[in-house]
Design a protein around this ligand. Sequence first.
Ligand code: DAH
Length: 346
Amino acid sequence: MKKGKDDMENKLKKILENAMAQIELSEQLDKLGDIKVSFLGKKGELTSLLKSMKEIAPEDRPKAGQMVNEARAKIEETLTTKRKEFEQAMLEEKLASEKIDVTLPGKKLAEGHRHPNTITLEEVEDIFIGMGYKVVEGPEIEKDYYNFEALNIPDNHPAKDEQDTFYITKDILLRTQTSSVQVHEMEKGKLPIRMIAPGRVFRSDEVDATHSPTFHQIEGLVIDKGITFADLKGTLQEFAKRLFGEDTKVKFRPHHFQFTEPSAEMDVSCFKCGGKGCRFCKGSGWVEILGCGMVHPHVLEMSGINPEEYTGFAFGVGLERIALFKYEIDDMRLLYENDTRFLKQF
Ligand code: DAH
């Protein structure tokens, strides 16, 4: 005798009750997955019940099938409802834990500052780039030849004493001046030249308010046919006006540098007192800014340039020196101490 529909109905009822109870008691979202598998999966209880359908009388099968389907739908629906409840609870918990008080004052971001040297250098570069110069760099570790010899400062020359530096070997040293970059640029053999070369230089000086064993210079070099001292004066006067203000006056004093002839030092009218004389310019009304001159014919020759055909001028300016003037800082050491209380003023 085949088992009847009633038997199946009883089983179904039990399965359904069991499923409902398990769903109701489940405490986590992932438990619902397990419950689904154990009732509706391939080997699930409801599925096996469906498989036993052949034991039911043919006329009862449609009804029994319908009941199983209804049970399946009921379990699925309850699972979905429960899942939504879990998800809602999780969302609420998340929202509660991430609650922010938008009325609290924000955290202040510490704003970085550029170093006065950097600001000054960029300003100088802008001025010369505007006049058609290119910015080049040379090595800080340099051969004696580039730092001295090719600049007309032979071995045993007293000028070498004034720029004593750190020697790595007898022939290799930390450069004392960016003038060495002039030689590198001339040796390339590409004329005309219109360059500035900023960079770090070294001297075996004691640290004080105006000296440091390492500081920075900006070198300038122009070589072309027909360059005269008038070009030098015009260029450097324009540079001074752009850097220190339109009213700045310049004055050239004769000087001596080995690699230029004639040579000069350029003073600018004191931008603090306008030239009347003050503590800043030590009463003179002028401050010394840079060294310059017409490139010595022998220096051109040594680097393979014909002085009969080409002439040029050069200049060298201390970066710290102009940064100190511009910002009215009276001690060079402040530029190197990295004290943020000082640096954040700029
Ligand atoms: N190199 C020189 C120094 O360190 C500065 C200088 C003077 C550079 C005259 C020049 C120049 O190019 O023409 O004292």
